[in-house]
Design a protein around this ligand. Structure first.
Ligand code: ADP
Ligand code: MG
Length: 673
C-alpha cells in the first residue's frame, strides 16, 4: 500500500465502504489520510455526581435504578432513566428519539454516561449523553479523540479505524522544511503532523500539527496564484460606461448627506467603470458604513448605460432585504432601474418570469443569492457583478464568471478586514476602497457582558426600549432542544415561549431560524422591519447585513459560543439609526479565555481591531476554532483565523520555492457531509 493506492486496499475497507468513500471524494489512501477530523474531544476523568460542574461536560459512572421509561410529545419520543453512583446520588438521563435504548437502559446495569450536565436545585440532569462500559472508558480517559464528519452509511468510528489502518503511508512524504523553519512557524514535520491530526499526542502537538497542515494547504494555493500571476492582467474595458446624472440626482434627494468615505468609494468606482480597464475592486467598510448605497450608484450607472448589473448576497434574507430597499428607493427617488430578485427556492411560475426578464433585458438590476449564476440563468447584457459580504463566497469571481462567458466589472463588498497582501491573493489584482467612516448620525453602541443572573434586568431594559417605540433582537445559538447534546445552550424555540410568558401583551415576539421555509423567513423579516413585532428571537441567520434601523438592542445568549468577528457582525444589527443602541452579551462561561475575548468587544467597536485581537487571543487552548470566514474551500485552514500562517507562507515562499517547485498540488474539495 502506498499513497496512491486505491481506497479499497486499506484493511477493513470493503466494496461497500469504498463506494461510500468515493461518493464523498475520497479515492486513494492519500485522500483518506487528508480527511481530517471535524473536531476533537477530550475524555474527562470520571467524577462523582455530587462534584459535577453544571453547564460543562462531565463523565459519571452509575447503576440504573429502574428501567428506562418512554414519553411521547409533539411527534417526538423521550427516554428517561436514573443512574445512581456509589455515593448514593442520582442523575436523570434523557434521550430524544432513541427508542432502541429502552432495551439497553435496564435496571441494574452499569454505565459511564458522558455529556453536558444541568443542575436544577438538587436535581442533576444529562441530555443525550454518550454511554460506555467502564473498562472501555478507562482506556479513553485523559486522551484527545478525533471526531470525523460521518454519513448514514459510514460512522465516525469506522472512519477513525480505517485511517489508523493506513496512517503509516504518511512516511512516504519527504520533508522539505528544515527544523529551524518548522520552529519558526511553530509547526511539526509533515509526517508527524499527519499522525497527530488524527491521533493527537496532546493539545500542543495537535496545535502544531494543524498549523503545519494549514501551511501545506495555503502553500499549494499560493503557489497556484504565483505560477499564474501573468493571468491576472487586467482585461480591457471594451465599452466603457459614461458617467450619468442619475447618481448625483439621487444623492441630492437623499434625506442625509453621504459620508466622505462613501463619496470617495463612489468616485473610485465610477472612475473604474468609465475607464480603460474592467473594474476589480473591493470595498471594505465596517458594518453600517453604508455600502449598499455605494453599490446602488454602480448599478444605476450600469442601468443608465443600457447594461445589466447583478447584486449577489450570501443569504436569501439579505437578498430580499436588498431587493426591498432598492425597490423602495427606486420608487421614492424615481430611479432608472428595473430590479428583479432571483433565489433558489422560488415558486416555479415567478422564477420563469424572472428568468425571462433577465434574458430579454427587461430587468436591469438583478438581485439574488448565488442562484444568480446557475446554468439556466441567461443574461442579456451583464456588465457589472457586485457581491456583498464576499468573504462568504468562494474565491476568484472573475474566473467563475469567465467560465460562463461573462466579462464584467467586479465589485466586492466586505465588512471583514483583510490584509492587503491577502486581498491580492484572494481577488487577484484588486483595488481597494476603504470606508472607514460611519454616517454622522451614529452614536457608539453601548456594550455590556453579563451572566444569566442578569436576565430579569436585561428583559426590563429591553421593555423600556420597546416602550420608546424601539425594537430588539435576541440571539440564541440553537434552534430547539434536541439539536445538540448540550441543553444548557439557549434555543430559540424554548426561549421564545419563555419570553412570551414573561412579557405577556407588553411585547410582540416572533422567532426566526434557518430551518424555516424561506418565504416564512422573509415574511417574518418583513413584518419585523415594518414594526409589527417588538422582539425578534433568532439564530445567527440574521448575522449578515440585516438592516432595521429602528432596532436598538441586541442581546446575545451564550456569547462565548460565537467568534469575535461574528459577534461584531451581530452587534452591527443595531446602531443603524440615530438612537442610542445597546448590545448585551450574555455568558456564563467561567474560563478566563472566554471572558477576555468578550471583553475585547466591550472595549472597541472597531471591526479591524477586533479581527486583530481575535487572532491574537487564539492559541493551543482552542482545539477547534469557529470557522469565521468560510471563504475558500480549504479542508483545515481559515483565511481569517489563520492569516498569520498565510503570511508565513508568503514570507517563506521565495526561500523554499526551489524545494517545492516540482511538488504536485493536491487540493481536494471533499464533498461536505
Ligand atoms: P452596510 O455597510 O453594513 O451594508 P448599509 O448599507 O446597510 O450598511 O447601511 C446601513 C444604514 O445606514 C441603512 O439604513 C442606510 O440607509 C443608512 N445610511 C447609509 N448611508 C448613510 C449616510 N450617509 N447617512 C445616514 N445614514 C446612512
Ligand atoms: Mg451590508
Amino acid at each position: 500500500m502506498n499513497l496512491k493506492s486505491d481506497i479499497s486496499s486499506v484493511k477493513g475497507v470493503g466494496e461497500k465502504t469504498s463506494a461510500v468513500f468515493r461518493d464523498i471524494g475520497i479515492n486513494t489512501v492519500e485522500d483518506l489520510i487528508h480527511y481530517y477530523p471535524r473536531t476533537y474531544e477530550k475524555f474527562e476523568n470520571i467524577t462523582a455526581i455530587k462534584d459535577v460542574i453544571s453547564g460543562e461536560r462531565n463523565a459519571v459512572y452509575g447503576c440504573l435504578i429502574s428501567d428506562a421509561k418512554m414519553l411521547r410529545f409533539s411527534g417526538k419520543t423521550m427516554i428517561t432513566a436514573y443512574a445512581r453512583d456509589k455515593d448514593g446520588n442520582s442523575i436523570e438521563i434523557k434521550y430524544f428519539n432513541a427508542n432502541y435504548l429502552l432495551k439497553v437502559l435496564k435496571r441494574g446495569s452499569f454505565y459511564v454516561f458522558r455529556g453536558y450536565v444541568k443542575t436544577v436545585g438538587a436535581r442533576y440532569m444529562m441530555t443525550q449523553p454518550q454511554m460506555y462500559k467502564l473498562d472501555e472508558y478507562e482506556k479513553l480517559q485523559g486522551t484527545i479523540g478525533p471526531i470525523y464528519s460521518s454519513t448514514k452509511d459510514l460512522s465516525a468510528a469506522r472512519i477513525a479505524k480505517n485511517i489508523q489502518n493506513c496512517i503509516d503511508v504518511r512516511n512516504e512524504y519527504e520533508e522539505y522544511l528544515s527544523s529551524d523553519e518548522m520552529a519558526e512557524g511553530n509547526m511539526l514535520g509533515l509526517a508527524e503532523s499527519l499522525y497527530n491530526i488524527h491521533m493527537p499526542g496532546n493539545e500542543e502537538m495537535l496545535y502544531k500539527a494543524r498549523r503545519r497542515l494549514v501551511f501545506e494547504e495555503f502553500l499549494d494555493f499560493y503557489k497556484g496564484f504565483r505560477m499564474q500571476e501573468g493571468g491576472y492582467e487586467r482585461p480591457q474595458n471594451k465599452n466603457p460606461f459614461v458617467e450619468v446624472a442619475d447618481c448625483k440626482r439621487l444623492e441630492d434627494r437623499l434625506p442625509f448627506a453621504l459620508t466622505n468615505a462613501q463619496k470617495k468609494a463612489i468616485e473610485e468606482i465610477i472612475k473604474d467603470i468609465t475607464g480603460p480597464y474592467l473594474m476589480n475592486r473591493l470595498v471594505q467598510g465596517d458594518v453600517g458604513s453604508g455600502k449598499t448605497l455605494v453599490a446602488l450608484m454602480a448599478l444605476i450607472t450600469a442601468a443608465a448605460n443600457n447594461a445589466q448589473g447583478a447584486l449577489m448576497a450570501p443569504t436569501e434574507v439579505l437578498a430580499v432585504q436588498h431587493y426591498t430597499n432598492i425597490m423602495k428607493m427606486s420608487s421614492d427617488y424615481g430611479l432608472c432601474i428595473k430590479p428583479v430578485i432571483l433565489f433558489g427556492k422560488m415558486p416555479k411560475k415567478a422564477r420563469t418570469e424572472v428568468l425571462e426578464k433577465i434574458r430579454t433585458g427587461e430587468a436591469n438590476v438583478i438581485i439574488g443569492t448565488h442562484a444568480l449564476f446557475q446554468d439556466e440563468v441567461e443574461f442579456k447584457n451583464l456588465k457589472l457583478v457586485i457581491t456583498d459580504e464576499q468573504h462568504r463566497f468562494g474565491v476568484n469571481q472573475r474566473e467563475a464568471l469567465r467560465d460562463k462567458g461573462i466579462d464584467a466589472h467586479i465589485l466586492v463588498m466586505s465588512a471583514t478586514p483583510i490584509p492587503r497582501t491577502l486581498a491580492m491573493v484572494m481577488y487577484g489584482n484588486v483595488d481597494i476602497s476603504i470606508m472607514n467612516e460611519l454616517p454622522k448620525n451614529r452614536l457608539p453602541i453601548n456594550n455590556c457582558v453579563v451572566d444569566s443572573s442578569f436576565q430579569k434586568k436585561s428583559l426590563d431594559f429591553i421593555e423600556s426600549e420597546i416602550k420608546k417605540g424601539h425594537q430588539a433582537y435576541i440571539i440564541c445559538p440553537m434552534i430547539d432542544e434536541s439539536e445538540e447534546d448540550n441543553f444548557n445552550l439557549k434555543n430559540v424555540t424554548e426561549f421564545t415561549k419563555e419570553l412570551k410568558e414573561h412579557y405577556g401583551d407588553r411585547a410582540r415576539i416572533v422567532c426566526l431560524h434557518g430551518k424555516m421555509k424561506s418565504d416564512e423567513k422573509n415574511r417574518i423579516m418583513d413584518s419585523f422591519k415594518d414594526g409589527l413585532y417588538d422582539i425578534l428571537v433568532s439564530t445567527t441567520v440574521i448575522e449578515v447585513g440585516v438592516d432595521v434601523p429602528n432596532a436598538t438592542v441586541i442581546m446575545i445568549e451564550n456569547a462565548e459560543r460565537f467568534g469575535l468577528s461574528q459577534l461584531h457582525q451581530l452587534r452591527g444589527r443595531v446602531g443603524r439609526g440615530d438612537s442610542q443602541s445597546y448590545c448585551i452579551l450574555v455568558s456564563d462561561a467561567k474560563n478566563q479565555e472566554s471572558i477576555s475575548r468578550l471583553k475585547v468587544l466591550n472595549e472597541t467597536n472597531d471591526g479591524f481591531e477586533i479581527a486583530r485581537k481575535d487572532i491574537e487571543l487564539r492559541g493551543p487552548g482552542e482545539l477547534s476554532g469557529v470557522k469565521q470566514s468560510g471563504a475558500l474551500s480549504f479542508s483545515l485552514g481559515d483565511i481569517m483565523n489563520d492569516s498569520d500562517v498565510f503570511m508565513l507562507v508568503i514570507n517563506m515562499y521565495d526561500r523554499i520555492f526551489e524545494r517545492i517547485k516540482d511538488r504536485v498540488s493536491r487540493r481536494i474539495d471533499f464533498r461536505t457531509i
